[in-house]
Design a protein around this ligand. Structure first.
Ligand SMILES: [Zn+2]
Ligand SMILES: [Zn+2]
Length: 310
């Protein structure tokens, strides 16, 4: 019963919610049923078919939500690499929540734990504990169901963020229902677009979300295994061009472990970092400010091969 309640309500994000001594790395199968169903739902694509409208919706929602995850869940909530207003903070926390990767506090707390103990035994998702564990075993486990909220005292005072964290299925549900309704409306009022409610739901929510989720998770699994090391960071983080493209800039993960508070993760002009470019535009519009970049001296320090400029 408790596991089923946890589908909808994670409880109040409090300092006492997590038990740091909980070592149960087993999967809580009942609790993760929605996660499994989300994957199975993608298979219904054989019944709902394809349209350009549905595909474009899936791509646009992937890009917007990936940006919310990388620029806000990661660079803002986990590392405070820029400042913004409470409204913009909440808007992007909500878009991030629609990515169905739990709430911003849970996400940031686990990520801060990752940086504190990267590739050490206390790292929540090091590939040294197994590739599958680093990709998804960790968040499916009982051990990491609750985050250690002591790591995010700075965000605890925002009740709207605590609400997103507690009821983290609400925004994804709202998105899924909206997509279904918009598909029904399009079928009726714009039949030329050749879509319908079920097709918009499957492409716009399920397929887009599952691809987005695994692309994000690859930073924990692949970006600590495959790629080049520019800096001696004391962990296994790597720079990976392909991952950087897929995740809008997060693939420069070795750079990121070298200097985590930098708003840009591509440290050189040729290291494509789309989230950073969008953040620069948001800065020009006055939506965010006080962006922290990597100091030149820091960028050139502690390299594995200083001459090669890797
Ligand atoms: Zn890492
Ligand atoms: Zn980070």
């Amino acid at each position: 019963m408790k596991s089923i309640r946890q589908w909808f309500d994670n409880g109040e994000a409090s300092f006492s919610a997590a038990d740091p001594d909980n070592a149960d790395t087993g999967v809580d199968w009942v609790r993760v049923i929605p996660f499994l169903l989300m994957h199975l739902a993608c298979l219904t694509v054989i019944f709902v078919g394809f349209s350009m409208t549905a595909l474009l919706t899936a791509i646009v929602l992937y890009l917007i939500r990936m940006f919310a995850i990388t620029a806000f869940y990661h660079r803002y909530f986990s590392h405070k690499s820029f400042k913004t207003s409470r409204t913009v903070q909440f808007v992007f926390a909500s878009i991030g929540a629609s990515a169905t990767q739990r709430g911003p506090l849970w996400w940031a707390a686990h990520h801060r734990q990752h940086h504190r103990h990267a590739d050490q035994p206390a790292d929540p998702h090091s590939p040294k504990q197994g590739f599958l564990w680093s990709h998804m075993g960790w968040f499916l486990s009982t051990k990491h169901y609750q985050a250690d909220y002591r790591l995010v005292p700075d965000w605890q005072r925002f009740k709207e963020l605590r609400w997103l964290d507690r009821y983290d299925l609400m925004v994804p549900l709202l998105l899924a229902v909206s997509l279904f309704i918009s598909g029904v409306m399009l079928e009726k009022y714009a039949p030329g677009l050749e879509t319908n409610g079920w097709q918009m739901l499957v492409w716009g929510y399920f397929i887009s979300t599952v691809v987005l989720l695994h692309a994000t998770l690859m930073i924990n699994s692949m970006a600590h295994r495959i790629g080049k090391k520019r800096y001696q960071t004391g962990d296994e983080s790597r720079n990976n061009f392909v991952l950087a493209l897929i995740t809008l800039g997060e693939g420069w993960h070795n750079n990121h472990h070298h200097y985590p508070v930098s708003v840009r993760q591509g440290f050189y002009w040729w290291e494509i970092d789309i989230s950073y470019y969008v953040l620069k535009m948001m800065q020009k519009l006055g939506l965010i400010w006080d962006l922290r970049s990597v100091p030149l001296q820091k960028r050139e320090s502690n390299k594995v091969l200083p001459e090669a400029g890797l």
